[in-house]
Design a protein around this ligand. Structure first.
Ligand code: GUN
Length: 293
């Protein structure tokens, strides 16, 4: 089988061009410059890279963007007070608290403190609820990016069996909701698998579309998939590699070399889902600013 690479970088670039045009219109016609604030608590190296990329991309599309760097020891009260200030700041349309947070901070409590109208990450309980009820406001960026990738690469999930590995609040659960909505880009039959799933291989073999978001390097192997499968790899795993200057390489949850022999389409790591997540975050930030007209 010859596979088609789903180029997340190229698709995200075309989305960013669309966004940049809308940002220009919004500034010209309504004097509103979309603003994104990203909060990073602690100094996790991967999170630092993600946050830097989010800010840089926001600025590239003409938005205003700042990063609030807080020490890993930041108290719950301090973080909540920063969020309340941003909730009331008219120049800030989108707030994103980078996850994971240090252990002493309760993620759910922090996410719930963000104004739902500024929750461009779509992780506030109200936005999660709206998504699962079928009237989404802000869709979490990674699931949203996956839907866009499928649609823009002519792999409409409608009527297909989509198998998702991983039940996280950021990816697996909202993606299962999104792809089963009665709407364009939805209408899939979704199976959500996780670490307690029995007969996993039988399920992954029955997938028309397979999404891996479990954080285990090269977990999905040749035997686990069927010919013609469309594969979306959400994993970004740092695997030690002494031949590289930085000492590691990035590997997805899919054994790319072997699985690509059966796939009809597949995303690379890096350059697949990652850039799409950023593009859809910018989409949500633009949307949040448009709601202020
Ligand atoms: N950490 C990894 N992915 C994400 C994301 O999409 N949003 C947030 N807030 N943190 C993340």
């Amino acid at each position: 089988m010859t596979y088609k690479l789903i180029d997340g970088k190229a698709i995200s670039n075309s989305i960013k061009i669309e966004i940049k045009e809308s940002v220009t219109d919004l500034i010209r016609e309504h004097s509103i410059k979309p603003g994104l604030t990203v909060i990073l608590v602690g100094n996790d190296p991967a999170s630092q890279v993600y946050v830097r990329n989010k800010r840089r991309s926001a600025i590239e599309t003409g938005m205003f963007s700042t990063v609030v760097n807080l020490p890993g020891s930041t108290s719950k009260e301090e973080l909540l007070s920063r969020i309340v200030t941003l909730n009331h700041d008219d120049n800030c349309h989108g707030i994103l608290v980078q996850l994971p947070l240090p252990d002493h901070l309760d993620e759910n409590e922090i996410l719930a403190s963000i104004d739902p109208e500024k929750d461009v990450d779509g992780l506030h309980p109200k936005n999660i609820g709206l998504l699962s009820m079928g009237s989404p406001r802000f869709v979490p960026a990674t699931p949203f990016g996956i839907k866009e990738m499928l649609m823009r690469s002519n792999n409409d999930p409608k009527g297909k069996h989509v198998v998702i590995l991983g039940r996280s609040n950021i990816v697996g659960k909202p993606l299962s909701n999104l792809l089963s909505l009665k709407t364009q880009g939805g209408d899939a039959t979704v199976t959500l698998c996780h670490s307690r799933t029995k007969n996993l291989e039988a399920i992954t073999q029955s997938a028309d579309v397979l999404v891996a978001a479990i954080g285990i390097p090269e977990f999905i192997t040749y035997e686990m998939v069927s010919d013609g499968v469309v594969v979306i790899d959400v994993g970004v795993n740092r695997v030690e590699d002494k031949t590289r200057e930085r000492g590691y390489r990035l590997t997805g949850d899919i054994a790319f070399e072997e699985v690509s022999q059966k796939a009809s389409a597949i995303t690379p790591v890096p350059g697949g889902v990652g850039p799409m997540t950023i593009a859809m975050l910018l989409h949500n930030t633009l949307d949040a600013a448009y709601r202020k007209i």
